[in-house]
Design a protein around this ligand. Structure first.
Ligand code: NDP
Length: 337
């Protein structure tokens, strides 16, 4: 048997964590044949809850889950891990300013970046889910630099990507497996730009542009992006309104899709959305953790080049870029840089 992958989930006692750990443990991410040791991290007050999750995972009797470790300190959490799902973050509390939330979270991700540098493997790959995800990933990569390359750090925009694909499928009258190449540009926030102008739909056996399959360009430029939160940008708020809890099952599934594709690769002719350090593509400042369309092969992502952007897209991308630059500067200030 190959030696098991050590996979860390932080915030493992939380909502997303609860859905996420089972999906990883039963092989949805690395395949059913890959042995896994799951390392669950949460803060000390959550130790008992974490132990409950550990017991349940054991009771799932999963053939390839060779160990479950429940820990409350960074050294035990980050030592020799192969993959890190960084979900744990300070929750938004009533009356809290965005700036305060950002500062609190940035401190967590600065510390986890340093812990990655000290204890993890130089090949460790990281997805940040905890918000503000792009900026947290930026800070984490900064403090892990020298040991782990920046390109091993990413933030999740896959839930937005999945939401967009599902909406296009519904509007086109196909199942979601027939939709590809939707793009989420920018920040995982309400400034993100969901873009279907390069997406394709397989309708009755032939591939057509999503724009013509949907057949409603007014909806694509407004309703699809945000009207009453029914669609992509504000879907999270709608889920909270209906469920009285934030989205967790779909967020966990999206995190699994993100790492699955990073591990296994994307099919020929398909791309997915992933927030990764910009290399200057499409004029995005270098180093910003920005959601781009990427293809993946042999565990390496590549930003899709040469896509044409119309004025509407350029305007939307400028707005989300500006927000990310502001977040970056606030985060660096909170780190005393
Ligand atoms: P959730 O599991 O619901 O959410 C965790 C994080 O994911 C939040 O930052 C949340 O952001 C974010 N997130 C990103 N995308 C989504 C999405 N689409 N839908 C919902 N959330 C999304 O939070 P819980 O409060 O249930 O659990 C968090 C756990 O993290 C707790 O157990 C807490 O103790 C732990 N924690 C662990 C730390 C650590 O391990 N060092 C540090 C701090 C907390 P948003 O708030 O914007 O919804």
């Amino acid at each position: 048997m190959a030696s098991p992958l050590r996979v860390l989930v932080t915030g493992a006692a939380g909502q997303i964590g609860y859905s996420l750990v089972l999906q990883i443990a039963k092989g949805d991410v690395f395949g059913k044949e890959t042995p896994i040791v799951l390392v669950l991290l949460d803060i000390p007050p959550m130790a008992a809850v974490l132990e409950g999750v550990q017991f349940e995972l054991t009771d799932c009797a999963l053939a390839n889950l060779t160990g479950v470790e429940a820990v409350t300190n960074e050294k035990d959490a980050f030592t020799n891990i192969d993959y890190a799902f960084l979900v744990g973050a300070m929750p938004r509390k009533e009356g809290m300013e965005r700036k305060d939330l950002l500062a609190a979270n940035v401190r967590i991700f600065k510390s986890q970046g340093a812990a990655l540098a000290e204890f993890a493997k130089p090949t460790t790959k990281v997805i940040v889910v905890g918000n503000p995800a792009n900026t947290n990933a930026f800070i984490c990569a900064k403090y892990a630099a020298g040991k782990i390359p920046a390109r091993n750090f990413s933030a999740m925009t896959r839930l937005d990507h999945n939401r967009a694909s599902a909406q296009v499928a519904i509007k086109s009258g196909v199942t979601v497996g027939n939709v590809k190449n939707v793009i989420i540009w920018g920040n995982h926030s309400s400034t993100q730009f969901p873009d279907v102008s390069h997406a394709k739909v397989n309708k009755n056996g032939s591939e057509v542009d999503a724009v013509s399959a949907v057949g409603d360009s007014a909806w694509l430029q407004s309703g699809f992006i945000s009207v009453r939160g029914v669609t992509v940008q504000k879907r999270g708020a709608v889920i909270i309104e209906r469920r009285k809890l934030s989205s967790a099952m779909s967020a966990a599934k999206a995190a699994c899709d993100h790492i699955h594709d990073w591990y296994k690769g994307t099919p020929a002719g398909s791309f997915v959305s992933m927030a990764v350090p910009s290399d200057g593509s499409y004029g995005i400042p270098e180093g910003l953790i920005f959601s781009f369309p990427v293809t993946i092969s042999n565990g390496e992502w590549k930003i899709v080049q040469g896509l044409e952007l119309n004025d509407f897209a350029k305007e939307k991308i400028a707005v989300t870029t500006k927000e990310l630059l502001e977040e970056r500067d606030e985060a660096l200030a909170a780190c005393g840089e």
